[in-house]
Each structure stands twice: as structure tokens, then as C-alpha cells.
Design a protein around this ligand. Sequence first.
Ligand code: PBG
Length: 339
Amino acid sequence: MSTPADFKPELTQRPRRLRRTPALRAMVEETVLRPADFIAPLFVVDGEPAPEEIASMPGVFRLNIHDLVAECRELHALGIPAVALFPKLDPSLKDADGSGALDENTLILRAVRAVKAAVPALMIITDVALDPYTTHGHDGVLTADGSDVDNDRTVAILARMAVLQAKAGVDIVAPSDMMDGRVGAIRKALDAEGFTGTAIMAYSVKYNSAYYGPFRDAVGSAQAAGTKLLSKATYQMNPANRREAVTEARLDEAEGADFLMVKPAGAYLDIIRDVREATGKPLAAYQVSGEYSQIHAAAKLGWLDLARTRHESLLAIKRAGADLILTYFAKDMAKLLKA
Ligand code: PBG
């Protein structure tokens, strides 16, 4: 009878050989994160308030334009290639049609002009969707009976919104509304106005997710709706669906999207992989507010290690096939990776 001490199996394959030392582990590492992988989402407010921390997103602040410009300089110096800007409007500026979105002097356009003037090499991405501007918090305008978002009327508004953003100096417009046909309409409108160089990052595969909760606090779209249960189920995708993701991604590619996006990221790694394999376009994934908040919440309770969980969550998204990651951890990661 053999005892553990004299147990000598004849193993040809010993995968542990390549895990023996840090140098060996580095030599066989398959996925590497770098600052250029990350896009930083930033929240902008009007006026002179000091940066306000968003209660459900520790370390994330709403910035006025002055502080936003300073933050953008820092991010650029850290090697972050792009920022995605989101406005939080005063409720008095909202209406049912989101008409503030077409005001040439609206907050986000002033913010874009200021950042572009100060840090021209930093790419600016802006959301094309009406939710910051509507009293009901939906991404589009409602049908006459108010029972649903009106697809075609919304698309016409979004195309005009994208042109205003391009005029203000945005490098990449990002329709996040999930209306049918908006990518094609935006491309056509941009080209007609001479903005052939403005790229489109399409939120192609955007699920109707509970993970957006903290973001809606940040931009005030949940409060606008008067409920945290605002349902976007008639336009955002059902989390149960996988095949539909590839259909959506292919449609946006055919309509002229330059980048595709999957959102949220962490709970949808299978979808990221599917879309990666279905198209050759650069693929972004959005690690959304709730994904950020849950890591912070667990770390605060002492239940998870913040730095390790953060790193692992982002590594998983890149390993699944994302070329770019929108994440509220962008600055932390750039600092870490630059050192
Ligand atoms: C809306 C929009 C949302 C996010 C980005 N753009 C939320 C929503 O669809 O209600 C969510 C981002 C996040 O949760 O970090 N156009």
C-alpha cells in the first residue's frame, strides 16, 4: 500500500511548472490591462458647487465645468484616451420632450467646448439620449397616449442632438437610447452637416439592467421619474436574451457604427464574447455604476479586497473580448498601471 510520502506519479503535464515564480507567471500572462484600455465616465453639473460625491458611488463626484477641465487634464496625463461626459441638469430645465437637449448652450455642450479647448488630445464621448432632459426620465419622447417611447420621433431628435454635439467638438457620439435605426439616422445627419470624421460608439447591446440604479441617482433620472422602478423594458434588452445581442450588434455595424458596446459588462461576459466573435469592429464594454458600487460596498464592509476585486473585474471584461472598458475605476487603474 502506498503512503502519501512515497506517492510518485509519472506526470508529463504539470501546469504548476509555469506558476512557480513571479517571472514565469508574467511570461505566460495572457491578458494585460493598460491605461489606454479605459474610458472614464464623468458627471457634469452647472454653476459653482464644490464637487459633490454621489452617495451610492464612493469616490465619484459631480463636477462643475471648471473642475471637469482639471480632471480631464489629469486623466489625459495619466494616459486615459477618452472621457464619456454625462450632464446632471437642474429639474427646472427638464420637460416631457427633453427639449433642453437641442439647446445650443446646454450644459453638456458648454462642457465639451471647455474640455476641448483645454485638452484637445483627449477624446470626448457624449451620450445621445434624452434621459437627462426629460421629466419622466425616459431616453426618448413619449407616444401621444404616454404609454411608450415613440421610436421614430425620438430618432429624429437624437440625430439633431448628435449634430449639435459634433459642432461643439465631440469626437465620438454615443447613442445609449436603444431606439431602432438611430445609428443610421445619426450617421446620415452627421455626414449631411459635414461631420464625416465624427465617430459613433453605439450602445448596441444595452440590457434593461438593475445595475444602472446608482447612475440614475447621479444624473437625477430616477428622481425625475419619481420612482426607482422606471422601466425601460420596451427599448432596452431583456437580460434573458443572448442571440438577440448579436442581431443588435450586426444592425448597428450595418448602419455605420464605428465602435460597438455591450452594457453592463460583468454580468454579460458571454455576450461580450459573442459580439467579439460576430464582428471585427472595436468593442467597448461598460462596467456600469452598480458594478462599481457593489465592489465598493463589499469593500467597505470588509468583505472583499477593493484593489484585487477591481483588477479582477476589469481583467475579466478584457479577457471576454472587450477592447475598451468604460469604468468609474479608470483613474485608479491608470494611476496603478502607470506606476
Ligand atoms: C441612459 C444611460 C444610462 C447609463 C448610461 N446612459 C442609464 C439608463 O439607461 O437608465 C448607465 C450607466 C451606469 O449605470 O453607469 N441613456
